[in-house]
Write a protein that binds this ligand. Sequence first.
Ligand code: 9YW
Length: 424
Amino acid sequence: MAQNTHRDDLYKRAAQILDINDRGHYTVPTSGLYPFQWNWDSCLVAIGQQHVDEARAWTELVTLFEHQWDDGMVPHIIFHKLDDGYFPGPEVWRTGRTVPTTGITQPPVAGFAANLLFERAKDKDLAREKAGHLLQRIDRWHEWFFRCRDPHGTGVVALIHPWESGRDNSIDWDAALDAVPTEGLEPYQRRDLQHAHADHRPTMAQYDRFISLVQHFRSLDWNNEVLHEQSPFKVVDPGFNAILIRSCNDLASLADALGEPEVAERNRARAKAGLAALDSLWDERLQQYVCFDRVSGKAVDSASVGGLLPVFAGVPTARMESLAKRITTLGEQVNYLVPSHDPTDSRYDGKRYWRGPAWLIINYMIANGLDRAGHTELFEKIRQASLKLIDESGFAEYYDPKSGEPLGGDTFTWTAAMVMEFLR
Ligand code: 9YW
């Protein structure tokens, strides 16, 4: 009984957070620090919103796709309402859109999210209408990825900016970022440090490179036909590709359900080629996947959570077993799975953003993949660790995986959405 009351309380608090951050047709990740619509936040948040209000959940995705570019890209931030609490704003990106957006993208969870909303929908008519509206748009986004970010047809796509990965300052990008020139960098003022602790955020040297890349792409008029070839930063991330592969497969299922066999076939073919190419990123020594730097032509020696996320894509059984072992070992080194970087690596930093802390959205995707592959015990371990973090530290942006300390922003929307999923 007490247990149930406690779950109800957690659920209610999560629903309240979704409500606080709801701006009507889109949701902000948290007010103050992130006052706009972020791409992958919205897709994961919609999954939580479905528990409360199905129509509202569909709106979150529909709004995001209203800002899809003509070339098919779906931008990483939509600046619905100006707010000078965040840097870099529209005056830096200058992408020339009526409602301003950034000029880069984010992990494509939309295919996964749309299919999940559809499968679980209670209002089937609404689901058919909304999923039908989204299907071609998500398909166009997937098409854009392979055309513009894999122009040589390898089967996997590259990121041209660390912000595209969603794991901004991961150790994965250190070497590649070092090679990004910063000459001609215009003076700028960070705003994140007004809202969060400097020790928990990316460094100045990293921001200089983040902004230099934005300036460079802006000088190329955000033309996606040339950005990949002309970018000084080009990294293939197994985590990002795993999400894309899962979304292609899930979009194919959705297309089947909606009677769109061609969309289904195209997306299955993309997922199949992606899975085959992903295997080239396997690192025998680390027993996980690693990034590949297309500029230096080298594999990146970095045991990050990006290399564990392929469990979400449904990799072959032997790989799945090895990844499950890796995650089990990590669980012996921290108190709260899943750290965003291996704690035995000297570069690990348990408080600095994507260089060690645990994030609930990552936990959710990894747990989902493990569950689907029958690793029920490990799934349950991650679920329990996630709920314990919330119990002890509230709905933070991220957490120290050893101490459980809450870090970054608070009252965080996607953390709340994932809690709803874990409580299901
Ligand atoms: C920034 C909103 C976003 C996430 C990213 C996360 C962070 C924003 O917050 O980036 O300015 O650094 O890294 O994954 O979408 O929650």
